[in-house]
Ligand binder design. Structure first.
Ligand SMILES: [Zn+2]
Length: 194
């Protein structure tokens, strides 16, 4: 039985590097893993996913993958695994479609993404994955205090931002991974104290 897996973590938790390692493990065994990302996420260009440590791979957009194959999925036999990066940007309907693929085509789907946005609220795609996934696995990273970071603050000019759009690609904002205490208290760490 194939599974729908959601591997979630804060930013900088090496989720993309982990996704690329899984892809490599499939290729090494002569199997075919498809790498997808939601089309709206194009920080690194349209057809590539890139990790901070330098690994990268070609990918397809989720939208074109689903559009080309549904409803009949003729080439389902040629796909051994589907890996989705930046899965927080999936729509609820897309998560449902991938659950259908797992259950009816017996293809495992492994999703990597953030659980929550910079306000600490679940992304709609992540909430749906939390509801539907067979396995939930945390990809850990740490706060400046050394505790596990489960949140990311949006920081602009050295200050934590507490309002704005859920998705702000580009611009001068940056993100800092924090434990719950330091996220809730708005303490982004000594690196920002000047
Ligand atoms: Zn902390």
């Amino acid at each position: 039985m194939a599974k729908l897996i959601f591997r979630y973590g804060a930013m900088d938790a090496s989720k993309t590097a982990n996704a690329l390692m899984v892809r490599f493990n499939y290729y090494e065994r002569g199997m075919h893993a498809v790498v997808l990302k939601p089309g709206m996420e194009n920080r690194d260009g349209d057809n590539i996913i890139k990790s901070r440590i330098g690994l990268s791979a070609e990918c397809e957009s989720v939208e074109s993958f689903l559009e080309e194959r549904t409803p009949d999925f003729k080439d389902a036999d040629e796909i051994d695994c589907i890996i989705i990066d930046e899965a927080q940007f999936l729509s609820v309907a897309q998560v449902d479609q991938f659950a259908w693929i797992v259950d009816n085509l017996n293809i495992p789907v492994i999703c990597y993404g953030l659980r929550t946005d910079f306000l600490g609220k679940a992304f709609p795609g992540s909430a749906r994955l939390l509801e539907l996934a067979d396995n939930l696995e945390e990809v850990p990273t740490i706060c400046w205090c050394g505790h596990k970071a489960r949140f990311q603050a949006r920081v602009c000019n050295g200050k934590m931002v507490t309002e704005g759009e859920q998705v702000a690609l580009g611009g001068n904002d940056m993100y800092v991974s924090l434990c719950r205490k330091h996220f809730m208290n708005g303490e982004i760490g000594p690196a920002f104290l000047k």
